[in-house]
Design a protein around this ligand. Sequence first.
Ligand code: FES
Length: 306
Amino acid sequence: MAAPAAAPELGTAELGTAELGTEELGTEEVRVTTTVETATTTPVAIGAPRGGPDVPTLRKDGWWVEPAITATVLLAFVAYSTWAAFVGNNYYAGPDLHRDLISPFYSPCIANSCVPGSHAFGTLPFWNYSPALLILIFPLGFRLTCYYYRKAYYRSFWLSPPACAVSDAHRSYSGETRFPLILQNIHRYFFWILLLFNCVLTYDAIIAFRQPGYRIGISVGTVVLCANAAFLWLYSLSCHACRHFCGGQVRSFAKHPTRHKLWKFVTPLNAHHMRFAWISLFGVALCDLYVRLVASGTIHDPGFHF
Ligand code: FES
């Protein structure tokens, strides 16, 4: 009988006990495992086939759960925001309800079709379609090119790769160095535009304390708009491009004390960027929904006035 192959040693650096397969040697079955010591590296080159083991993955856990949830939530948001942008009504709860609440999907409302009271920044006379269609390209472009969301949708929609240590669904890898993905670089410019949007939504939140007919007051709608503006600021200020603007390409912080202070302020926020990305995404959709329900008369906006 042939001598069985020596079983690999399972040291502390072992990659789990995932089996690559079993081999029958005579009457004995030998388990073949991959360890750090036996793993080989595969060079990655732009445009070249991707490497890795010849099995989709060695992981035995539920690695597919996170990309599946991500895809579901993002699809739900896209579906809701598309409907809300095209529907073109119930985006403003105005003086007839003693409120001054505008949906973040429609602010700044600068279309000719804006309902009276909702356009504090002037109107463009040539646009008679839904006001949201005029402005949503900027916040959507900002999120679409966000470093975190890129990771999220590359994994959940393109399966590229779907998770750590799971093989890519595509045969080759081209990175973000070519059209169209090279356009992701415009994220840094969207960042500055979004700061303007944040200023507008902060103005909306302050104006929401105005209750026509009662002077000023606080309602659930006021709190919702304030929370939405706060989370959008946290999302924007935790942006990787923002952190780079504050402290990037500085050889000596001692010579740039202001930039050092800014960098120290945004760095802890940056560590929570993923959290702020999700909270602000839910926040903006829920804020639109709340204003919509109040404006349509479906619910009453509880509050008090002075
Ligand atoms: Fe996410 Fe800039 S990296 S908003």
